[in-house]
Ligand binder design. Structure first.
Ligand code: PBG
Length: 327
């Protein structure tokens, strides 16, 4: 046998690193944090080991932990003290996110991204105002256009509190245009918007919905989040958001949708983000607890794969855990 082509030559130590195509760095990572107005002490989130809901008073300490671990960007989620039908605590000046962001930006150098959505703030847990839809047999559906103004107000209130970037996640048609206009009118023309442009109706959000208390009280989000079966539609969604002024495009979830991350990367020249969601985190932990998988190695391999698929930045609950072993 005379083999002349031997790819193995480049897999030895020393050369392996020199020819590696993808590098994961701690500066690619964003860690989500949960600030909870209903608790006075840090409360572990059972299905997301290592993560907690923290009171506003602990939000700076929480962000300092991330910074110490080498993660410089955080995504802030809020659990409000009360909910109503319109989600009015989402845009309150003294709302939980606004209070936390004010402190975090005053006291740390972290880059602060806020999630802009209403589902944690509405008593029904949907991402906007509900109405009976005559075209859908009187079923309750989210009123798209009436929700836009509330999202825009929420984004502006986050900007006023000092957020560095807003990330709308409600999959409301027209949300990027409405938020961009609201920010520009309020004097925040330089504040970037990262759109959850391509967000699927996914069962992988399960643990997050416990963490943020944002499960829909009835029904599901199929009429506004994307059908997991659709790939071409993702390009249409992303294109609309680009036209409306999105600065970065996020795909969510990440691992089951790497084809979409790769498509968005190829089709657009905007920064691409991927959200390695709660279910992706929880399942590795569950397997590791049983001794079936190594958590460090599988986390690292997952994040590397998301980068290889084309993501520039990754929102992940593993951020602090892996940052240590990265440059
Ligand atoms: C909505 C929102 C969700 C997540 C982030 N933003 C939940 C949803 O759409 O139900 C999920 C994140 C995760 O699972 O880690 N505000």
């Amino acid at each position: 046998m005379d083999i002349t082509r031997r790819p193995r030559r480049l897999r030895r130590d020393g050369i392996r690193e020199l020819v590696s195509e993808t590098n994961l760095e701690s500066s690619d990572l964003v860690v989500p944090i949960f600030v909870d107005a209903t608790t006075e002490s840090r409360t572990p989130i059972e299905s997301m080991p290592g993560h907690e809901r923290v009171p506003v008073e602990e939000s700076v300490a929480r962000v300092e932990e991330a910074l110490e671990a080498g993660v410089e960007a955080v995504m802030v989620f809020g659990i409000p003290e009360s909910k109503d039908s319109r989600g009015s605590r989402a845009w309150a000046e003294d709302g939980v996110v606004q209070r936390a962001v004010r402190r975090i930006t005053a006291e740390t150098d972290a880059y602060v991204i806020t999630d802009v959505c209403l589902c944690e703030y509405t008593e029904h847990g949907h991402c906007g105002i509900l109405e009976e839809d005559a075209e859908a047999d009187g079923r309750l559906t989210v009123r798209n256009d009436e929700t836009l103004d509330l999202l825009s107000k929420t984004a502006v209130s986050h900007a006023e509190a000092g957020a560095d970037m807003v990330a709308p996640s409600s999959m409301t048609d027209g949300m990027i245009g409405a938020i961009r206009a609201g920010l520009d009118d309020a004097g925040f023309a330089n504040l970037p918007v990262m759109s959850y442009a391509v967000k699927y109706e996914s069962a992988f959000y399960g643990p997050f919905r416990d963490a943020a208390d944002g499960a829909p009280a009835f029904g599901d989000r199929r009429h506004y989040q994307m059908d997991p079966a659709n790939r071409r539609e993702a390009m249409r969604e992303a294109r609309l958001d680009v036209e409306e002024g999105a600065d970065a495009l996020l795909v969510k979830p990440a691992l089951p949708y790497l084809d979409i991350v790769s498509d968005v990367r190829r089709e657009f020249d905007h920064p691409v983000a991927a959200y390695n969601v709660s279910g992706e985190y929880a399942m590795l932990h569950a397997a590791a607890e049983k001794g079936w998988l190594d958590i460090e190695e599988t986390a690292m391999e997952s994040l590397l794969s998301i980068k290889r698929a084309g993501a520039d930045l990754i929102v992940t609950y593993f951020a602090e855990r892996v940052a240590d072993s990265l440059s």
